[in-house]
Design a protein. Structure first.
Length: 327
């Protein structure tokens, strides 16, 4: 099967509303890289002998046919193998648009990222809310953008130390900048949540996470344009209920997948314990800390996009669990 035919096959899954499962992803990547099953077995053995020491072509064939599936740790290692081979953070998915990538993401699996987060996800009733009626789009297209920014300011000031805070004017200016991803979630004209992240140049990102620069000192000239590599600086996240939180997070990850070729790292700074849990669930690792004059410790977390997308929680989200026994 040619690479073109393979891509057409997987776009058909999108049109039919099916999630891509691991067996399909594995076969797609193998064929796009022009590898036989025997060649891939040999490559995986060299790549990670601990995980694939007993693998043979017969077992790989069963993976591709969904007779059995490898454990999640092996799935992650396979993605990392194809990362190394292709130089792409999420191999075989780099051709998808945001909308197409969003269709591939398991919304139930997204809860592994959000977790039971009481600080940023409220319990506003959602039983009667149909997710098809929820809309997620850039804040700059939100008719009541100023009111949304105002709501964000109350949350931002409550959960962030003065050292890490940004002004209302900065949030508005940054939301309008085309490089940044400021998302709003709406349900039948009611605001349900937001997800704000700035796309900055890697050297600015590094300064922020090493506390050599405050977020409030960022200017528009520090944002990375779409024709250069940038890093995502996480700013704000809040949702009225889990459905809204899921929709926002799914769109964010779909954005990461669709734009993976020009995103270097993801990270942020925080003092909030729930924010630290989200960082951990995203596979962001502790990087550095700074103690303020009033003795508050602020911590920074960061990770390469490749390691964010090749993590156990991400695999559970992207490649839906199959109805077949694990090894």
């Amino acid at each position: 099967m040619t690479s073109t035919n393979t891509n057409l096959l997987y776009f058909s899954y999108l049109r039919e509303g099916k999630y891509l499962q691991f067996n399909e992803y594995l076969k797609q990547c193998r064929e796009e890289n022009h590898l036989t099953q025997e060649q891939l077995v040999s490559e995986l053995y060299t790549h990670d002998i601990e995980q694939f020491g007993g693998l043979d072509a017969r077992a790989l064939s069963k993976w591709e046919k969904s007779v059995i599936k490898p454990k999640v740790a092996k799935q992650v290692s396979i993605i990392k193998y194809f990362q190394k081979r292709t130089g792409v953070p999420l191999p075989c998915w780099s051709h998808y648009s945001v909308d197409e990538a969003e269709e591939l993401i398991c919304k139930a699996g997204m809860r592994n990222i959000i977790g039971k987060n009481k600080s940023f996800v409220c319990n506003f009733p959602s039983e009667l809310m149909n997710v098809d009626d929820m809309k997620v789009y850039p804040v700059r297209n939100f008719q009541r953008m100023d009111a949304l920014i105002e709501s964000n300011m109350h949350i931002h000031q409550n959960f962030n130390h003065k050292f890490t805070q940004i002004s209302r004017e900065q949030f508005r200016e940054w939301a309008l900048h085309p490089s940044n991803l400021f998302l709003a979630c709406e349900y039948k004209d009611s605001f349900l949540g937001f997800f704000f992240t700035a796309r900055v140049r890697p050297e600015i990102f590094d300064k922020i996470l090493n506390f050599k620069m405050k977020k409030s000192e960022i200017t528009t000239s520090d944002f990375a344009s779409f024709d250069e590599i940038g890093s995502h600086l996480l700013l704000s996240f809040y949702a009225m209920n889990m459905k809204a939180a899921t929709m926002l997070t799914v769109r964010y990850y779909a954005h990461l997948i669709a734009n993976q070729k020009n995103i270097d790292e993801i990270g942020g700074v925080t003092t909030n314990d729930d924010a630290k849990k989200i960082a951990s669930n995203m596979n962001l690792h502790y990087h550095s800390s700074y103690t303020t004059n009033d003795n508050i410790k602020i911590k920074s977390y960061r990770q390469t996009l490749a390691n964010v997308l090749a993590s156990e929680n991400a695999v559970k989200m992207f490649l839906v669990k199959q109805e077949c026994p694990e090894e």
